[in-house]
Design a protein around this ligand. Structure first.
Ligand code: FE2
Length: 295
């Protein structure tokens, strides 16, 4: 296995290894896992991807999420990100499926709005538009390390509220259905996620974050916006242009990502599996200090 850096200080392509190798071989998994902890984004090219292979690979990293209510693939381990309607045609730009892909174009980390946040997401390209549709990543670990020590210290002891309805509301009012809102009440997380393997902290931010515990609404929003801007400053991102056979996985604890636009009439189909964070991934350190703060 060869590790080739592809981004500015993070993100690497793993060559000479397949998803099946990692699913079936302990040594291959250990090497991939070490690369994941170190580089935060891993790119695999030329893969033969089926749902079964993707899920077997994903399971290596932890328990797979069950797809939430209101998403395509609900109840399974797959999130279907598609602009193709049930009739096989590309849906119009104002269709719910299109608006949801717009919401994915905001900087975010997956599942920060869930009761159990995600360790990693694994995305495979099945149908790729001819133009655009890239996925762009930034390292919130490097963003955290760029902050001055005093700010780092404060953020390590700060907590932000995340809500799925908040990020969806930025795209279209009511995009999160009452059913989704009921299933996904706001959750509160520490603003820095310390990686238990290497001890490095990363900003834990997302378009889902809407308030900071103990700060008034305007000041909290301003802080979240400032940090997001700093984390996504020009020159800090890795842009992944998708090719057939590409699979990309990322560390939701240490990165943010966004989808890039593509012409609305071009079809795009991506399949995502998502692995929940466990105690070994540091999740126990992320909750608010008292249950009071979570109410
Ligand atoms: Fe995402």
């Amino acid at each position: 296995m060869e590790t080739v850096p592809v981004g500015p200080g993070f993100a690497a392509e793993l060559r000479g290894v397949t998803l099946s190798d990692i699913a079936n071989d302990d040594a291959a998994y250990a090497a991939a896992r070490a690369a994941f902890e170190e580089h935060s984004v891993l790119v695999f090219r030329g893969q033969q991807v089926t749902d079964d292979i993707q899920l077997a690979f994903s399971r290596r990293f932890g328990p797979p999420e069950v797809t939430k209510v209101g998403s395509m693939g609900m109840g399974s381990h797959f999130v279907i990100l598609s602009t193709i309607g049930p009739d096989g045609k590309v849906v119009p730009a104002d269709h719910r499926q299109s608006l949801r892909s717009k919401a994915n174009q905001l900087w975010h980390t997956d599942s920060s709005f869930k009761r159990v946040p995600a360790l990693t997401s694994i995305l495979s390209a099945r149908i790729i538009p001819e133009h655009g549709g890239e996925t762009e990543f930034v390292s919130t670990r490097l963003a955290f390390e760029r902050l001055d020590k005093e700010r780092q210290r404060k953020l390590k002891n700060s907590f932000a509220w995340h809500n799925y309805a908040h990020s969806r509301g930025k795209v279209a009012p009511g995009l999160a259905t009452p059913e989704e809102q009921a299933a996904l009440p706001p959750v509160c997380w520490r603003m820095v996620w310390k990686n238990p393997v290497n001890g490095r902290g990363a900003l834990y931010l997302a378009s889902h974050a809407y308030a900071v515990e103990g700060m008034d609404a305007a000041a909290g929003t301003k802080l979240i916006e400032e940090l997001t801007e700093a984390a996504t400053a020009p020159g800090t991102s890795y842009l992944h242009p998708w090719k057939q056979g590409d699979v990309v996985m990322w560390d939701n604890r240490a990165t943010m990502h966004r989808g890039r636009p593509w012409p609305a009439h071009e079809a795009r189909l991506m399949i995502r599996t998502t692995i929940s964070a466990t105690e070994a991934d540091g999740v126990a350190t992320m909750g608010p200090p008292s249950s009071q703060a979570a109410e």
